[in-house]
Design a binder for this molecule. Structure first.
Ligand SMILES: Cc1ncc(COP(=O)(O)O)c(C=O)c1O
Length: 391
């Protein structure tokens, strides 16, 4: 199987040498029958764990009822999902896409159109933060202010500027008459689980309001309860003008969403944007089941509780070894910064029966499902402690 992958697939992802074939809750099994604790959660996707009965039931029923119809018709599940998202956020309107990158593309298009209608015709620049991650399409990879993702893809689209994360003064200096919006992750995920200072998001809100520009929060990784609140922006006391979601919104069925307020949404009129697969009955019914389960179970509270438990455990490990330099995160979006490259530790964890992620060169990233149990965390911590002997 590994040879087959190596022979025919584009080799842009460095794959771990296992093929996962089955999952249940926080556990997955490989093709040899070996069981692992899955603390990757599909990179913050499977918030409800694998094979969740509500997700599986909805998926089966909807697939047998109506899989796809075009957005030229009304789609009840799509409307209900949008209503639920709006009732539980700052937003009034939602656009559904297929991925996070596409949700961010939509946000960029909307911000530019809004800026042109509310300012000068040359207002179109998007300011994003160094170390951030917003996707792989040409516009979103350009918004991703990390050289390594740009290299070789030039010429990149224009109209993007970068400033340091967690630096309000740098942003204040960068905003000018060409700026349309600021695009930022409330916590940087791929960039190494970087939690900004408490005043950072309120400071961004103030700067954007003073300049009359839009504030876009990319909650593709932080949303859906992962950080201990339904949306990470709730920790800060301020709301964005536009928010993008994807990953956990349908627990593994591909979806993206862009949420915004009425007066901003109104600039994208009929014919200016669209998607063939975005928001179709199958996808939105699964998302509806996922969101309802998260809301009914207040699973963000569980994420906060389990996150504290895991971080306390990691800090106890940090106290016992110089291999861990720092432990940071919110809820179940957790990073442990190591003194040496993380690759061997990821491998040793896998050997020990635990799947984990990296975020950059030296950060071990844990994004278990929100339904993870204390005994799973205990087992994961024991495996990590042993694996750090390999660091
Ligand atoms: C914060 C953030 N934004 C955008 C994306 C891109 O999402 P997708 O891979 O669904 O296009 C990701 C993916 O990791 C992400 O973490």
């Amino acid at each position: 199987m590994f040879e087959l992958s190596d022979k025919h697939l584009m080799a842009f992802t460095k794959r771990q040498p296992v093929a996962l074939v089955r999952g249940e809750g926080s556990r997955v099994w490989d093709s040899d029958g070996k069981m692992y604790l899955d603390f990757t959660g599909g990179i913050s996707v499977t918030a409800l764990g694998h094979s969740h009965p509500k997700v599986v039931g909805t998926l089966r029923e909807q697939a047998a009822t109506l899989l796809h119809v075009s957005n030229i018709f009304h789609i009840p599940q799509q409307a209900q999902l949008a209503q639920l998202l709006c009732e539980h956020s700052f937003a009034d309107r939602v656009f559904f896409s297929n991925s996070g990158a596409e949700a961010n593309e939509t946000a960029i298009k909307l911000a530019r159109k809004w800026a042109k209608e509310h300012g000068a015709s040359d207002r179109g620049d998007i300011i994003s933060m160094r170390g951030g991650f917003h996707g792989r399409t040409l516009a979103t990879v350009t918004a991703t202010a990390q050289e390594k993702y740009h290299h070789g893809f030039e010429p990149l689209p224009g109209g993007f500027k970068y400033v340091a994360y967690n630096d309000l003064k740098a942003l204040e200096r960068a905003i000018d008459s060409h700026t349309a919006a600021v695009l930022v992750e409330p916590i940087q995920g791929e960039g190494g689980i970087i939690v900004p200072d408490d005043g950072y998001l309120p400071g961004l809100r103030k700067l954007c309001d003073e300049a009359g520009i839009l504030l876009i929060f990319d909650e593709i990784q932080t949303g859906m309860g992962r950080t201990g609140k339904l949306w990470a922006y709730e920790h800060s006391g301020v709301a964005p003008d536009i928010m993008t979601l994807a990953k956990a919104l349908a627990n593994g069925v591909p979806i993206g969403a862009m949420l915004t307020r009425e007066e901003i949404a109104s600039v994208l009129v009929a014919g200016t944007h669209g998607s063939t697969f975005g928001g179709t009955p199958f996808i939105t019914s699964v998302a509806l089941a996922t969101l309802t389960t998260i809301l009914d179970g207040k699973l963000w509270e569980r994420a906060a509780q389990m996150g504290r438990y895991l971080m306390d455990g990691l800090r106890a490990i940090q106290a016992s070894t110089p291999a861990v330099r720092a432990v940071r995160g919110k809820g179940l979006l957790i990073g442990a910064e190591l003194a040496s490259p993380v690759g061997p530790v990821v491998d040793a964890c896998r050997e020990g029966g635990l799947l984990v992620l990296s975020a950059g060169e030296r950060v071990l990233r844990l994004t278990p499902p929100l339904i993870v149990e204390e005994r799973d965390c205990d087992r994961a911590l024991a495996i990590i402690k042993t694996a750090l002997g390999h660091a």
